[in-house]
Design a protein around this ligand. Structure first.
Ligand code: SPD
Length: 286
């Protein structure tokens, strides 16, 4: 038995015992390892970084999905950029009012291996008839599509390798262009305690592009270093100011079953610690 050592940070990292190696492969886009850990279940790691585990993925994927969809309130068309493991797709598919879902994943090998070795992530969602699957570069897609989306979800790895472009100004600008006039964009933005520059960069991208922008947070044990931040860009400031009653009505009406998300968690997630507000250049009163 050997250990998987995460190399995301210099001199600080997590170690997971590999109780069984399921797959290790160099794809065209990176070094992918899928293994079993007794505590966390099946684990996907990419280029030295833990991406997702069966044990705690629900926190990340539910927050990435249900916060924008329920805040929007009338989501019909969703774009997922990244998310090749299929778990964000699984959560989007829970929403019966969603009519069309486009998922753009650059690494087909990753997607196929996740279907095979992490079947609980997608849970059959790749067979959903509402899905249009695009194997390709997310930047190219948003720059070129003529489609318009109500919600865009960026489910990426860290800003290195092929994901780097998904943190660029050009990418945010292109996403805004293919977002409906009443749309919402969310994007994983790292754990601010360790990756504060991601919040600063995202704030710079969002400012000026969206009538309302902010961040929300959730603690995902696998993402080392504290709470993870999600960037939020909305065309309508009201999406962030919904009453608990309205959100509850939407949640109950949607019929979705969750393990982490609920309307109170949703609203509370937008309360940011002071150091994150400062990094974002926000006062806390908006
Ligand atoms: N530091 C790792 C952050 C990874 C976030 N995205 C993972 C994708 C899971 N669908």
């Amino acid at each position: 038995m050997s250990d998987y050592l995460e190399t995301l940070y210099d001199g600080y990292g997590q170690r997971l015992r590999m109780d069984g190696l399921l797959r290790e492969v160099y794809t065209e886009h990176g070094h992918l390892v899928i293994f079993e850990n007794a505590l966390m279940g099946r684990v996907l790691a990419l280029d030295g970084v833990i991406q997702t585990t069966e044990a705690d993925e629900f926190i990340y994927h539910e927050m990435l999905t249900h916060v924008p969809i329920l805040a929007h309130g009338a989501t019909r068309r969703v774009l997922i950029v990244g998310g090749g493991d299929g778990a964000t797709l699984r959560e989007v598919c829970k929403h019966r009012d969603v009519e069309g879902i486009t998922l753009v994943e650059i690494d087909e090998v990753l997607l196929e291996l996740c279907k095979e070795h992490l079947p609980k992530h997608s849970c059959g969602a790749f067979e959903d008839p509402r899905l249009s699957l695009v194997i390709g570069d997310g930047m190219d897609f948003v720059a070129g599509t003529t489609e318009r989306f109500d919600v865009i979800i960026v489910d990426s790895s860290d800003p290195q390798g092929p994901s780097r472009v998904l943190f660029s100004e050009d990418f945010y600008r292109a996403c805004r262009r293919c977002l409906d006039d009443r749309g919402v964009l969310v994007a994983q933005c790292g754990t601010p305690f360790m990756q504060l520059a991601q919040v600063q960069d995202a704030a710079n991208r969002l400012d000026g592009l969206f009538a309302d922008w902010h961040f929300y947070m959730a603690a995902v044990p696998t993402y080392l270093g504290g709470d993870m931040a999600f960037a939020w860009g909305a065309t309508d400031p009201e999406y962030r100011r919904l009453s608990p009653e309205l959100l509850l009505q939407r949640f109950v009406g949607s019929g979705i079953v969750t393990r982490y998300y609920n309307p109170q968690v949703h609203l509370g997630a937008f309360a940011l610690p002071q150091y994150v507000l400062q990094a974002a250049g926000k006062s806390g009163n908006d």
